[in-house]
Design a protein around this ligand. Structure first.
Ligand SMILES: CC(C)(COP(=O)(O)OP(=O)(O)OC[C@H]1O[C@@H](n2cnc3c(N)ncnc32)[C@H](O)[C@@H]1OP(=O)(O)O)[C@@H](O)C(=O)NCCC(=O)NCCS
Length: 168
């Protein structure tokens, strides 16, 4: 893929070939949050604010992907009881625009499924914009199936598709 200069001004200098970086997935730390918020802002029209991510610090389902020492992407997920079952929920996932299509999103989703499984989830759900074909394709590859549509979920009249993966 084409290598572009990073948008931000406080990291990203001095990197060589971005495609060759080692990929590590680890729990998010406070020092990661500015980079996470920057990716969030570049990825979504209605981004989560800093405080939303702050609340998930320390939760096992808040993971970041690191390449060459830089935050390449993140996922926020949790498990909560629902009608006697443990429902996993992938709430947010994004990869830096310059780091997409390199397997970072797949690695985050894969680790997220493992963490939610380890924390007792029976199933995992997520919401995705109806128009977000790339994300829907990724989720299908991970065994998520569309189960219903939520009209106007994203405010600007865009519907959400709810996708679920059973873990049992
Ligand atoms: C959706 C998103 C998280 C996917 O992240 P990603 O890192 O690009 O995902 P991956 O690289 O694992 O896979 C994406 C595609 O790249 C392909 N790919 C993976 N590694 C590749 C490689 N080395 N070379 C070429 N293609 C590759 C995958 O096969 C996949 O192809 P497909 O779209 O045809 O199925 C990312 O596009 C994103 O942040 N989008 C904006 C935010 C968003 O929409 N989030 C989801 C909201 S529900």
């Amino acid at each position: 893929m084409t290598v572009r200069a990073p948008e931000g001004d406080d990291h990203g200098h001095g990197h060589g070939d971005r495609n060759d970086g080692e990929l590590a997935i680890r729990p998010a730390e406070r020092a990661d949050l500015l980079a996470v918020v920057r990716i969030e802002n570049e990825s979504f029209p209605q981004p989560w604010p800093y405080e939303a991510f702050d609340r998930f610090l320390g939760d096992p389902g808040f993971l970041v992907a690191v390449t060459n020492g830089d935050i390449a992407g993140y996922v926020v997920a949790d498990v909560s009881p629902s009608f006697g079952r443990q429902l996993g929920h992938v709430k947010d996932i994004a990869v830096h625009p310059d780091r997409r299509k390199m397997g970072v999103g797949s690695a985050l989703l894969s680790r997220s499924v493992a963490v939610l499984t380890a924390h007792g989830a029976d199933s995992i759900k997520l919401e995705v914009r109806r128009s977000n074909d790339r994300a829907k394709r990724l989720y299908r590859q991970f065994g998520f199936e569309p189960i219903r549509r939520i009209p106007g979920y994203y405010g600007n009249d865009e519907d959400a598709i709810v996708m679920v993966r059973q873990l049992e």
